[in-house]
Design a protein around this ligand. Sequence first.
Ligand SMILES: C[S@@+](CC[C@H](N)C(=O)[O-])C[C@H]1O[C@@H](n2cnc3c(N)ncnc32)[C@H](O)[C@@H]1O
Length: 277
Amino acid sequence: MLTNDEFGLFRNLIYAESGIYLKDTRKDYLENRLVKRMRDIGIASPYWYYKYVIQRKKTELLILLDLLTVNETSFFRNKPQMDLFVKVILPELVRRKRPDGQKKLMIWSAGCSTGEEPYSIAMAVLETVPWNAGWEVRVFGSDLSLSALEVAAKGEYSGEKIIGAADEHYLERYFEKKGDKYRVKDVVRKMVVFDLHNLKTDVGLRNLDVIFCRNVMIYFDAEEQRRLVRKFYESLEPGGYLLLGHAESLHGMNTGLRFVYSKNATAYKKAEKAGER
Ligand SMILES: C[S@@+](CC[C@H](N)C(=O)[O-])C[C@H]1O[C@@H](n2cnc3c(N)ncnc32)[C@H](O)[C@@H]1O
């Protein structure tokens, strides 16, 4: 049984190390997750497990955080926003970069879970960017859940994860059948790089054209959300875009990013030139 004091200790530790804030209503959730882990390693009390985590921050902390993350995701999640990305954002970036002869796009899926999001982004890019003109596109997928990243790197999914989520066209073009699974084809996999990255403690990437950070900030409190958005602002190139989940917004935050709304989809854009909004 997790006491209120023990819950407080874990809550503070988890917040400090990941930005994930467990509200009081999440006490049972935490307890359920801890019980299984404690049983596996033969520790009887939550307090002793807490001490165990503190002593093994490099290894056990990652396991604890992995137990707590919610990894729900799907291919082509939030279709209106994927349409905005394909029909508005990508063509604009391609148009803007072409005159400079700068044919490189850098996209980050921050909190990519089991990989469906970065692979969907890569497929959308493959459909949109004029490849014969020599473009180079990198999609970075990062998460703090090692078990989710293992699934992502494998790139094999059950039929129910794909059929219905990806259009028939994408299914035929970018997946191959492997036993009872569907494997993402190499042409897509080659574009995506996965890495362990903690949005709370690790330094952000740089020179990004688009950041997808969808359905991640909902687990953070307001202060941590503000800090993360400041970090994303620094990571974006001028004219770059930030795409959040449909329940997330920067409303009321002074971010320097402009709200973009089109056909039921939202995004945030960094000014192309200093002083411009
Ligand atoms: C609900 S999933 C969202 C997946 C995908 N972005 C989507 O919208 O379908 C949230 C992901 O955020 C990750 N996450 C939570 N806190 C994180 C942190 N501090 N650093 C990196 N990833 C984090 C979780 O591990 C989880 O995989």
